[in-house]
Design a protein around this ligand. Structure first.
Ligand SMILES: *Cc1c(COP(=O)(O)O)cnc(C)c1O
Length: 498
């Protein structure tokens, strides 16, 4: 049976999975969602014996029904290979009693973005072939630090594609920036914008919605798509690792078949936690979805009050990939709890656009009962890194630390002792400065590369290739632009006449 997709802002039109992936964002500005979440009708006893790749096939084939088995297996096998530094792909590590970190950072760019972005280029080129797309695909991407590198690593030199990445000039870590500006590949472009992530994402979304621009580009032989988690092709591969984690807990005898677990996710654009929600809706026994924010706690406030309000100061934190005030994927959840009411969704998103806030109804709020919001201050985040290291020598990154703090807090406050899976979203090497100075203030005066060597000593974990690579790589990109020049910059890169 074919599963179709709809825009959150249009009740009538449907598209296939491959069309949704190819387009990225719907032309009405809405996000594509499956008309229903498929059921995971595979026995858990079978799942627990499966490799990551086989689990991926079982989950993804239920969402991407217009891909053939051969196409999908080819995409999966091309993505989850030696680019990952472990055959487990996403190892599960018990860090605290009953608390398991799902390490999603073993891919090429050492952040969880690799889980989806190592497969997205394959899904995209397959989708282009299936739909006889004759234009070159231009991937426009806004990044808070990790998506940009992971997307470029995936799309570099992929025939028929170009990729342009926008990142906030002073809003990413040193390692993140170096990873991006040293990116090779003739089809890659990197632009630092004089603004924050929300500016970058809004600018990109605006270009997607601009029909005149689309026509102009089409004449030059281009069409836009997205590597951000607004693309459903990013979300579906992220459902996989929650199923895999559950199956691994079962295999290790940590839970009984059907026993519920909780999940804590460090959240920015709401993509990763939405994938966990989809896993739950597929039938995976997840009880609570705990949404962990840093000091940009717009989501915490939303789950408390039902009011989403981005009118507040944007805080630069030690977890920059979560420095976001407009969490795009929340729109998919809003649409769901509004009873798939595109009209209602449009109203709320319009309010967000014009007033910077909206309030959901009591009935909609009742639909959010599986979610719990929490947040960690900078100090609590730092303390969590310090204490976990002191307790058992395990070094975690700042984003994971936000989730770890919120997860502990939740367990303490509620007494809910269900097994917990914490999504561990980046290698500590990516944020060496914040991590090392949390462990001990004596590291404060050292430069970034010295800190990387120290991190190796304290963690006993080998320096990942992704970090070694940038140590002496040449800077290949130095473009910058103001927020209101993003469209001109894209045209200049594509050599399209203004
Ligand atoms: C992107 C990112 C997040 C936030 O994930 P969302 O899907 O945007 O909520 C958290 N941690 C790290 C390290 C990231 O790169």
């Amino acid at each position: 049976m074919e599963l179709l997709y709809k825009s959150t802002r249009d009740a009538d039109k449907t598209v296939t999975a491959s069309q949704a992936i190819l387009k990225g964002l719907a032309s009405d500005g809405g996000l594509f969602v499956p008309v229903e979440i498929p059921k995971l009708d595979v026995d858990l006893d079978e799942l627990k014996e499966m490799s990551y790749q086989e689990t991926a096939y079982q989950v993804m084939k239920r969402f991407l029904t217009d891909f053939t088995e051969e196409e999908l297996r080819h995409c999966i096998n091309s993505a989850y290979d030696e680019k990952f530094d472990t055959t487990e792909i996403a190892p599960l590590v018990e860090v605290n009693d009953g608390v398991f970190h799902l390490e999603l950072f073993h891919g090429a760019t050492i952040a969880f973005k690799d889980m989806a972005l190592s497969i997205l280029p394959h899904l995209m080129t397959t989708a282009a072939k299936k739909n006889h797309a004759d234009h070159e695909i231009v991937i426009l991407t806004a990044t808070s630090g990790d998506t940009g590198k992971a997307a470029m690593a995936g799309f570099a030199d992929v025939p028929g594609t170009k990729i342009i990445v926008f990142y906030p000039k002073n809003g990413v870590s040193r390692v993140q920036e170096l990873q991006m500006v040293t990116q090779k590949g003739v089809n890659t472009a990197v632009v630092a914008i004089h603004g924050n992530f929300d500016n970058a994402q809004s600018g990109v979304k605006k270009m997607f919605e601009d029909q005149a621009l689309a026509a102009e580009l089409a004449k030059a032989g281009y069409q836009f798509s997205s590597a951000n988690s607004i693309n459903i092709g990013r979300l579906v591969p992220q459902v996989v690792y929650y199923v895999y984690a559950y199956a691994k807990l079962l295999q290790k005898g940590e839970i009984a078949k059907g026993e519920e677990i909780n999940v804590t996710v460090p959240t920015g654009n709401f993509g990763n936690i939405l994938a966990a929600y989809y896993a739950k809706q597929m039938g995976l026994p997840i009880a609570k979805l705990i949404c962990a924010s840093n000091e940009n706690k717009v989501l915490f406030d939303f789950f408390e009050t039902g009011v989403y309000d981005k009118n507040r100061d944007f805080v630069l934190t030690s977890s920059p990939s979560m420095d976001i005030l407009i969490s795009s994927n929340l729109e998919r959840l809003i649409y769901q709890v509004a009873g798939q009411d595109a009209q209602k969704d449009c109203e709320l998103m319009k309010a967000l656009n014009t007033e910077g806030k909206y309030e959901i109804t009591g009935e909609m709020k009742a639909g959010l009962k599986d979610f719990v919001g929490g947040y960690a201050t900078e100090e609590q985040t730092s303390q969590a890194i310090h204490d976990t290291y002191q307790r058992n020598g395990y070094v975690m990154d700042t984003h994971t630390a936000v989730a770890s703090y919120v997860s502990e807090q939740y367990r303490k406050e509620t007494g809910d002792a269900k097994k917990m899976v914490v999504a561990s979203t980046a290698s500590p090497y990516k944020f060496a400065r914040s991590v090392m100075t949390s462990i001990d203030s004596k590291y404060e005066g050292m430069d970034d590369f010295a800190l990387i060597e120290e991190l190796k000593k304290v963690s006993g974990v080998e320096i990942p290739n992704a970090v070694k690579e940038i140590m002496d790589a040449k800077v290949l990109h130095n473009r910058e632009c103001d927020v209101d020049q993003m469209e001109q910059t894209v045209k200049a890169i594509l050599k399209v006449e203004a």
